[in-house]
Design a protein. Sequence first.
Length: 261
Amino acid sequence: MTAPVYLSIAGSDCSAGAGIQADLKAGFALGCYPLTALTCVVSEVPGKVEGIVAMEPRFVADQVRICLQHFPVQAIKTGMLYSPEIVQAVTAELTDFTGPIVVDPVMIATAGEPLILQAAIKVYEQSLMPRTTLLTPNLDELQRLLGTEEPIRTADELQQAAITLTRRYNCAVLAKGGHLEGDTCTDILVLKEGTAYRWSHPRTKNISTHGTGCTLSSAVAAHLAKGHDIIEAVELSLDYITRAIAHSHKLGELWAVNHHG
């Protein structure tokens, strides 16, 4: 039996909670074979980023190219791309790829540290967004892409923000509402044609959610690789990440999300 294959293009997290490490755990838990193309190495633990070392853009492109040449890649997920040169290098290698592309616009860590150079955002919009099937921003990333400092406080405002980005980028948008206040987490999917879907799950309190965005976008890519449509892939992935958070475990002083299927 052959496992569905998808490619994660993202950074490395030495604490193994986010980035490539989270993508690998989610992909294997969901019955896929996740390939990886490393964009940068991050020295971090939940709540703290100490340093970022970027790979050479040509080397990132080589990883993407060789994976696409030698494996039956059925979906792609991008995570931390960091610099305009890496965004351009990755996008150039996706020209002939016809499958779904999930873009997690990793810009700001959960703890608030920037994870992208400012100059890369415009390149995202000009080169990668036109190739995107699904964009998965959190609240901070939504505000950055919208170009506003006005906070998003309600699910209705979250939906309007998703609609705005859907129209701007001509792709589906999954607006993640985990940073909204309240006892439930509401996530909103807006399709290209404007149809909106909402899912709400009970909030698990008093744990670190480091890496949950990476895990969610990777789960969506995995379900798309398995043949699900966007709505099914998002619903299944939200259920998966909700279970993973609820069953997370503490390792020393830190929490880690449990990526079992």
